[in-house]
Ligand binder design. Structure first.
Ligand code: FAD
Length: 501
């Protein structure tokens, strides 16, 4: 029988997506398959992308990375979630953390019981008080769950903030040490098989050719192969996610190293603040139909809590996804497959998932279309699920202080999201479509944080006695307070756990 296995994978692009693809591929396929990555320093990378979701820890773990080494090489800090300011209404503040409000009570989610009690006790502390991560964020401290009290360990997780350029370089060293070949050069064409249309080689501007069996397009927004060669098409979601511009600028690090990202709603978008060990990352995501670039830059700079390191960098994007991410022998991963604004730090997470699916459905050289169909279905579902969650932040706003927010309140939204909002508002229930996506407690944090309060309680919880519930919540609160008190400050924890370079 002839050998039909892929002999050579060519990755186009050396940004976060390119190296996040190269590293697991060489680990899994290195012995049987040659892996080459082509990048052009002339084009450069997007270079932003500093906040992540907890899945990044499992990606690092699967690669065998040592956390202390990773923290020091990428100037990383810990992330317990996102503090939202002025979302919903000006002056509003809530936390969306990587943790819940406690284990279920009699098989019902804990927040249902809080709702029930809060209707009778008007001075009942906010539901956030039963979240371990919120208490940690408020105290500016950090310890991983395995260091905390056993009774609290199941209730939170964490991710990282890191310097995206350093992370890509870290993975580049990892991948090259294990055999990935890196080629510097500008791709200016491809060769295709005359009958199948499969790409057979990349043509570089200096005349070199790079042949391969499978091409992974990590070329960024331009989608050099997936769009440039295969004309995959793009689903544009700007009508429900109107932001199309960003400016980013780092500033000197702040006195306190917060273990969370801050997102502050502005009159035509929102700003981010991401604390790293050596600096703070900042950016302003906005819609240029509602403000000017000059004004957006001014809003960004006036919100910094340290001296700006250079001029803001301008970025443009169109929110949406490629209609197909896998066509013939080309698989797009990263910005080339789609983009959703970084409000919930989901891009790197989608890269991690796509690389996982590529390995799960890794093809023979004929790249059966059934595999591509399955990959495309999963990627489309993931993008749409995240899209709904991000649109939710804008849609349920009570802000009417600018044309941008009035647009968001009135804009059309997908039926899936409308159902989610109405289900919660009318009945207090949450439906989670994607088991790998945001949890029930994430949705509760967002919806309640934005001011959506269910009209009724779950009727089944009426069977528990009030005094039992009050005792349950009081004891959880006490455990949280004592656990947090014993934790080190975030900056102390990092300095203790970071290996000196
Ligand atoms: P790029 O970084 O653009 O890399 C493209 C690569 O392709 C480069 O190496 C380039 O040299 C190469 N290339 C292109 N054309 C050619 C050619 N012709 N020849 C040779 N090489 C070529 N994600 C998160 O998860 N968290 C965040 O907090 C976050 N914040 C973001 C903020 C903003 C404003 C933006 C725009 C994005 C953010 N993202 C975030 C997304 C994140 O930055 C990207 O997902 C990530 O950087 C991946 O980019 P990429 O590797 O796909 O593309």
């Amino acid at each position: 029988m002839s050998d039909t296995r892929i002999r050579k994978v060519v990755i186009v692009g050396g940004g976060t997506a390119g190296w996040m693809t190269a590293a697991p591929l060489v680990l899994r396929l290195g012995a049987s398959c040659e892996i080459v990555l082509v990048e052009s320093p002339e084009i450069g990378t997007v270079g932003v992308g500093e906040a992540t979701l907890p899945s990044i820890r499992y990606t690092n773990l699967a690669l065998g990375l040592d956390e202390a080494d990773f923290l020091s090489k990428t100037q990383a800090t810990f992330k317990l979630g996102i503090e939202f300011r002025d979302w919903g209404q000006v002056g509003n503040r809530f936390f969306h953390g990587f943790g819940g409000f406690g284990p279920p009570i009699e098989n019902r989610p804990a927040y249902m019981y809080w709702l029930h009690l809060s209707r009778s006790f008007k001075d009942m502390p906010s539901y956030e008080q039963w979240s371990m991560v919120t208490a940690m964020a408020q105290s500016n401290c950090f310890a991983p769950p395995h260091d905390a009290l056993p009774s609290i360990t199941d209730s939170y997780s964490y991710a990282y903030h890191f310097d995206a350029g350093l992370y890509a370089a870290y993975l580049r060293d990892y991948a090259m040490l294990r055999g990935v070949a890196r080629i510097e050069g500008m791709i200016d064409g491809v060769e295709q098989h005359p009958e199948t249309g499969f790409i057979t080689a990349l043509k570089l501007r200096d005349g070199r050719r790079v042949e391969g069996d499978l091409f992974v397009d990590c070329s960024g927004f331009r989608g050099l192969l997936i769009e440039g060669v295969f004309k995959a098409g793009y689903q544009d979601w700007s009508a429900m996610l109107p932001c199309n511009s960003a400016q980013a600028v780092p500033c000197a690090k702040a006195a306190q190293l917060t273990p969370y990202t801050t997102s502050t709603a502005k009159s035509s978008g929102w700003t981010w603040r991401i604390p790293l060990q050596h600096r703070t990352g900042n950016g302003h995501v906005y819609c240029d139909g509602f403000t000017t670039d000059e004004e957006a830059g001014r809003v960004l700079l006036e919100g910094l809590d340290g001296e700006a390191q250079g001029e803001p960098r301008q970025l443009r994007f169109t929110t949406g996804r490629r209609r197909k991410s896998w066509i013939k022998n080309c698989v797009a991963i990263g910005l080339s497959s789609g983009f959703l604004e970084p409000l919930e730090s989901t891009s790197i997470n989608i890269i991690e998932q796509a690389v996982g699916w590529l390995l799960q459905y890794f093809p023979h050289r004929d790249c059966r279309p059934e595999l591509a169909d399955e990959f495309n279905r999963l990627v489309a579902e993931r993008f749409e699920y995240v899209r709904d969650f991000i649109v939710l932040h804008y849609k349920v706003t009570q802000r009417s202080d600018s044309a941008f927010w009035r647009y968001c309140a009135d804009m059309p939204i997908p039926d899936t999201l409308r159902h989610q909002i109405e289900l919660f508002r009318e009945t207090g229930r949450i439906v989670v479509y994607d088991p790998h996506g945001f949890s029930v407690d994430s949705h509760v944090s967002l919806l309640m944080g934005l001011g959506v309060v269910p009209k009724v309680d779950d009727p089944i919880i009426d069977t528990l006695r009030f005094d039992q519930l009050v005792r349950h919540f009081a004891s959880r609160r006490e455990i949280i307070t004592q656990t947090v008190k014993a934790m080190p400050e975030h900056a102390h924890y990092i300095s203790r756990h970071c290996r000196a370079p």
